[in-house]
Ligand binder design. Structure first.
Ligand SMILES: [Zn+2]
Ligand SMILES: [Zn+2]
Length: 307
């Protein structure tokens, strides 16, 4: 394995969410922040979605790249030496279309002579039927909802399906993502907790009744990641949301150490100020939990940095 003495921020976006019309991807401000904080940039921009998911006023389902933006996105990498990487939504049932979309972006990047980074597979969409977009938007037969966009959607979904089914469905989706063999890294494994919080007794309001099941699902998923040789990310964005803990919990990191799963460190930044957020704490925590090195992915190959 190649080695590096520098920490890589392995999950960075080149524009914020929730701005309409969609702003252009911009790399210069992110690279300035990386230089100032001494981290190597690892871009993982949202890839275009399969066709029937291109919904909403901007055709982006609130967060993705539109296919007509791909060339403009690739253009910003010209002359930077930065590798092109993508965060890709795993969606059960449209795996072939997803793979073709991603292969096309990567081919176009290669034809421009750009370096290729890694592919991070993420589950933002889970099976559900509560409204997650404006009611005026016709979702057709899409069986998914976004689990990480609004707290109210997640609360309604857990009330609708029950915590047990929600937990089983989410981790099942992640395991099928791993099973595709298409991804280098699994994004924010515990994203399902984004809007979770603790009640007066310290129990999770969303999953407090199913913590044993939750722990078993995490364990089974990490075991599969070990068998598949896929990297999990330690995503510090979780520190800045309701639950206030990174995606992976300490228990999940211990399971990675136990099963020999490699870990990538990432901020999931969408704005320059969040580049390498909480990385000092993250490195200290990972060391304390027994992690000796973190990995980055370039040209689908791993680069290790000793902690
Ligand atoms: Zn994500
Ligand atoms: Zn992301």
């Amino acid at each position: 394995m190649k080695t590096s003495t520098t920490i890589h921020d392995e999950h960075m976006h080149l524009r914020p969410h929730g701005v309409s019309p969609l702003p252009r991807h911009a790399i210069a401000p992110i690279l300035e922040a990386c230089a100032a904080r001494g981290v190597v940039p690892g871009v993982r921009e949202h890839a275009p979605l399969p066709e029937r998911y291109r919904l909403g006023p901007d055709g982006d389902y609130l967060f993705c790249m539109r296919p007509d933006e791909v060339d403009g996105f690739l253009e910003v990498f010209e002359g930077t030496g930065v590798a092109v990487g993508l965060e890709v939504d795993h969606l059960d049932g449209v795996e072939d279309e997803t793979r073709a979309i991603v292969a096309d972006v990567v081919d176009r990047a290669r034809r421009r002579g750009l370096a290729i980074g890694g592919l991070t597979g993420s589950v933002h969409f889970i099976h559900g039927s509560v409204p997650d977009l404006e009611r005026s938007i016709d979702k057709g037969s899409i069986p998914h909802i976004l689990c990480d966009y609004e707290a109210g959607v997640m609360a309604a979904h857990v009330a609708d399906r029950g915590a047990e089914a929600v937990v089983r469905d989410y981790f099942g989706c992640v395991r099928r993502l791993i099973g595709t063999g298409f991804y280098d890294v699994v994004g924010h494994l515990e994203l399902l907790r984004k809007f979770d919080r603790r009640d007066d007794r310290g129990a999770s309001v969303l999953f407090g009744g199913v913590e044993d099941l939750y722990a078993a699902e995490v364990e089974a998923t990490i075991r599969l990641a070990a068998e598949a040789g896929v990297v999990l990310e330690y995503n510090t964005a979780g520190r800045d949301v309701t639950i206030g803990r990174p995606y992976l919990s300490d228990e999940a990191v211990r399971a990675c150490v136990r099963h020999g799963v490699a870990i990538a460190l990432s901020s999931d930044t969408h704005v320059p100020k969040h580049v390498a957020r909480h990385f000092g704490d993250a490195v200290a925590t990972l060391r304390r939990l027994g992690v000796r090195e973190i990995v980055a992915v370039r040209d689908r190959e791993r680069i290790a940095t000793t902690l």
